[in-house]
Design a protein around this ligand. Structure first.
Ligand code: FAD
Length: 410
């Protein structure tokens, strides 16, 4: 019988939301995955020749989103002002952690059960204009449409203030020209939040955010970027050639887009902290099961401390990471910026999550590298998120800057 590991209780609405979305995923998503295994687990059917997801794959993804929206889970963390369930950052962290922990990397359709901060409706859109609410929000909220987050560029990654994409004013409109890279979900998204310079004379202040339809004239997905030997992918390189936008497409105040970008990235840090702890716990449990059953030298390998001590270390690290994540999300819900705490949570969680998966692979011996078990998928994902939404180095830089400014409370 599992014992409580955490000494405080979650607010009841958060616990209810977590249990609800896990039950929804078990009842509605996992069976869909099982029915479409032929498609979802065969890269030749999953991707087109140009690397984009196939029409059949896009259709299943959309089906899950729509089902989750109808059930009220998809939009449960969207602010009430946008028509969502109004749950906060803690619920967002807890729900993602529970989904990743329970379902692991192989049932990746569960990623569609809850609106991802950058692909679906989220707090990022709080400052969209009334016209944008009318035109864009219904599709996003119902799960029929999705979006992507276009910040990084070929010459602007960690230092996003170096972006070169320009939005030039032409009368009461703008024309956006430039390039973006690594934009996840761009090949299938209907909308892109594009960050572009509107005032080249202002340092950092001159960046604005625009909601651009991906079918707009001048918007091109130039190529899908394939990671880790995959034959397709979700990340893409984009080109903007005088893409016209109108004032209703501006998100937030003109010139204040950089703050919106940073807020988006902090939502990504919560999501990825949860993903790392969830996958790490999932992998640890697979390793414990395997250690109890796999035999060598006259008994289960769980008899050997060489096998179990690394698992004990992972458990300790994941527990600490889990507490860091819960704490950072709670601070955000209290209205604190939690810059240091969120940076710590993300940097630590992805490192210990990756280590937990790696140790679980070692526990499985050769079995750890097979596709059936899914540990390699978890490893790939966590290795990548040691970079995405702020590299470990950039997070340490942020933590150090905060400490040096006197934010030494721990
Ligand atoms: C799978 C994936 C999905 C992504 N999705 C999106 C997306 O949807 N939208 C989007 O806009 N972006 C996205 N990104 C881009 C991501 O935000 C960047 O990769 C990240 O910000 C790092 O930028 P970079 O890759 O250009 O690395 P660089 O900034 O070039 O950094 C290279 C190395 O130098 C280190 N470094 C840089 N500056 C310092 C410093 N001051 N001190 C110490 N070390 C430093 C970095 O830590 C890193 O190790 C995605 C990335 C990946 C991998």
């Amino acid at each position: 019988m599992p014992m409580a590991a955490i000494a405080f209780d979650l607010p009841s609405d958060v616990a209810t939301a977590r249990d609800g979305i896990v039950a929804f995923a078990a009842a509605e998503v996992v069976p869909r995955h099982a029915r479409r295994r032929d498609l979802l687990e065969d890269p030749r059917k999953l991707y087109r020749d140009d690397g984009r997801l196939s029409d059949a794959a896009v259709a299943v993804i959309k089906e899950v989103r729509i089902a989750a929206a109808k059930a009220g889970f998809y939009q449960m963390c969207v602010p009430e002002a946008l028509g969502g369930g109004g749950l906060g950052h803690l619920a967002y962290y807890v729900a993602w952690e529970a989904l990743f922990h329970r379902f692991g990397p192989q049932h990746w359709l569960v990623l569609q059960a809850l609106a991802h901060w950058a692909f679906g409706p989220s707090r990022l859109l709080t400052q969209m204009t009334p016209t944008a609410r009318e035109r864009i929000l219904p599709g996003l909220m119902s799960g029929t449409e999705s979006m992507c987050f276009g910040l990084s560029e070929p010459n602007a990654g960690s230092d996003a203030s170096m972006i070169k994409t320009r939005a030039n004013r032409v009368g009461d409109r703008w024309q956006i020209s430039g390039r973006k890279i690594w934009t996840t979900n761009a090949p299938t998204a209907d909308w892109c939040v594009v960050f572009a310079i509107t005032d080249a004379s202002a340092k950092r202040g001159g960046i604005s955010a625009f909601l651009v339809p991906t079918r707009a004239k001048g918007f091109t997905v130039q190529r899908v970027i394939k990671l880790f030997g995959h034959i397709g992918g979700d990340e893409a390189e984009l080109a903007f050639d005088e893409v016209e936008v109108e004032p209703w497409q501006v998100v937030g105040e003109l010139g204040q887009g950089f703050a919106a970008a940073l807020y988006g990235v902090s939502l990504g840090r919560i999501y990825n902290s949860a993903r790392a702890v969830g996958y790490g716990r999932w992998a640890l449990e697979r390793a414990l099961d395997y250690a109890n059953t796999r035999e060598a030298f006259g008994g289960p390998i769980a008899n050997y401390q060489g096998v179990t001590f690394p698992l004990a270390e992972s458990a300790t690290e994941l527990h600490a990471a889990h507490l860091l994540g819960l704490n950072a999300a709670t601070l955000l819900d209290r209205g604190e910026a939690a810059i240091k705490e969120l940076s710590m949570a993300k940097a630590y969680s992805v490192q210990v999550g990756l280590r937990a998966v790696d140790r679980a692979m070692q526990t499985h011996g050769a079995m750890g590298f097979t596709n059936e078990i899914g540990l390699t998928e978890a490893w790939h994902t966590l290795r990548i998120i040691n970079v995405a939404d702020g590299t470990n180095e950039i997070l340490n830089r942020t933590i150090a800057q905060r400490l040096l400014k006197g934010d030494t409370e721990l």
